[in-house]
Design a binder for this molecule. Sequence first.
Ligand SMILES: [Zn+2]
Length: 138
Amino acid sequence: MPERSKFSAFIQGRCPVCKEGRVFLFPWYNYRRFAVTSQECLICGCRHEPETGFYFGAMYFSYALAAGTGAVGGMMLVGAGYDVNLVTLAIPLLIALMLPIALRTSRLLMLYWIKPTMYKDIVARERAAWEEIKNKRK
Ligand SMILES: [Zn+2]
């Protein structure tokens, strides 16, 4: 099987190191468990939560995604000719419907962008360990 690209792995919610293991244990449409994140990758063993509270930073991404969703969605609805008062009521509903996708996208941004920036040595070790595992597989 050819290796996934980083973008493809991100879209599919896969581990940033091996691009195979799943980051989330349940599908996004499981509204009770969509946020359950695996502690570590089942394929390469890298930690998906390098320290307690790592995902607090995801709130900033989540906020930006919700604001963007509200702004773009609101403008599209007004542009489509809906009443502004109705659109004002519809925006929170739109944001609530987008919650699973926004939450997962913001956690993946933490894993793909912030973790390699803040935990360079840990990520380098995890990548080296994964290269060893891959070489043993061949
Ligand atoms: Zn992995």
